[in-house]
Ligand binder design. Structure first.
Ligand SMILES: NC(=O)c1ccc[n+]([C@@H]2O[C@H](COP(=O)([O-])OP(=O)(O)OC[C@H]3O[C@@H](n4cnc5c(N)ncnc54)[C@H](OP(=O)(O)O)[C@@H]3O)[C@@H](O)[C@H]2O)c1
Length: 245
């Protein structure tokens, strides 16, 4: 079977599409035939070996053997959860990362309850105005793209407010420290276990409450081009890769 593999850190060109043996699942594993996957910023960072401290986990000089395969977000057959009935495999793959990460932070970490609306009453274009210069104080600031910091946001974060960060070593250090100190807190972590959130996401997609946005879609052979595009940091929603039809 074909597999997208990287054996060294670097530009998208380090990616190789290789023929590898089909894995044999153990008793507690399932084998998935992947139809579609995505290229996320998280995977581009992994490919570059960034941030440097992350190499402690994925490999100091080069990626560890078990970390070399791309395509962490996927949709296929024999999967752990059924894909939403009204989506293609590409849309289903693209429904996973953002939605399950948002659920992990907003529901599990800061306890957003049903009935609380996340609708955007006001939209601030970051290229025009800096929200940290405004007069409004926020209970929760959720940085989904890793472009701010507690320091920058402190002025507009309520006294007992939560600053949620999806990434960053500094935030990983600040989280336990601010938890001990009380007052404004940093919340961070990894949304790794998707078992509880996937059925919720499926229901939201099937009922039309969650719309999956696919910015661009690439064939598997153009994985390198897909990584170049995501590396620019301006994808809207998701970039998908069609592995098998
Ligand atoms: N902790 C976890 O479990 C977890 C899980 C998944 C992802 N992550 C992390 O989350 C981060 C984001 O990943 P992603 O794939 O969602 O990112 P992304 O889609 O590639 O981010 C690009 C988007 O961010 C917008 N943007 C760029 N700078 C901005 C700013 N200063 N203010 C507001 N919006 C800005 C861009 O809009 P414009 O085009 O208009 O600039 C674009 O729409 C990555 O660092 C990833 O590692 C963490």
């Amino acid at each position: 079977m074909r597999s997208a593999v990287f054996t060294e850190y670097g530009r998208p060109e380090v990616l190789q599409i290789q023929q590898v043996d089909k894995p044999v699942p153990r008793d507690d594993q399932v084998l998935i035939k992947v139809h579609a996957t995505t290229v996320t910023t998280a995977e581009c960072l992994m490919r570059r070996g960034c941030p440097r401290w992350g190499r402690v986990i994925i490999g100091l000089w080069r990626p560890r053997k078990r970390m070399r395969v791309m395509g962490l977000e996927l949709a296929g057959t024999a999967s752990l959860a059924h894909k939403p009935a009204n989506t293609t495999f590409e849309q289903a793959a693209a429904a996973v990362d953002g939605a399950t990460t948002a659920l992990f932070f907003l529901r599990t970490k800061v306890g957003l309850a049903s009935g609380q609306s996340l609708g955007a009453d006001k939209v601030i274009d970051y290229t025009v105005a800096d929200f940290t210069r405004g007069d409004q104080a926020y209970d929760v600031i959720f940085d989904t793209v890793g472009r701010s910091s507690l320091r920058r946001c402190r002025r507009v974060l309520a006294t007992n407010g939560r600053y949620i960060a999806t990434t960053g070593l500094r935030n990983a250090v600040l989280a336990p420290v601010t938890s001990l100190l009380g007052g404004r807190r940093v919340i961070t972590g990894m949304s790794a276990d998707k078992r509880e959130s996937l059925p919720i996401v499926r229901e939201m997609v099937e009922s039309g409450r969650l719309r999956v946005v696919v910015d661009r879609s690439y064939p598997f052979e153009q994985l390198v081009q897909a990584h170049h595009y995501v590396d620019q940091g301006h994808k809207t929603g998701n970039v998908t890769v069609l592995v098998a039809s």
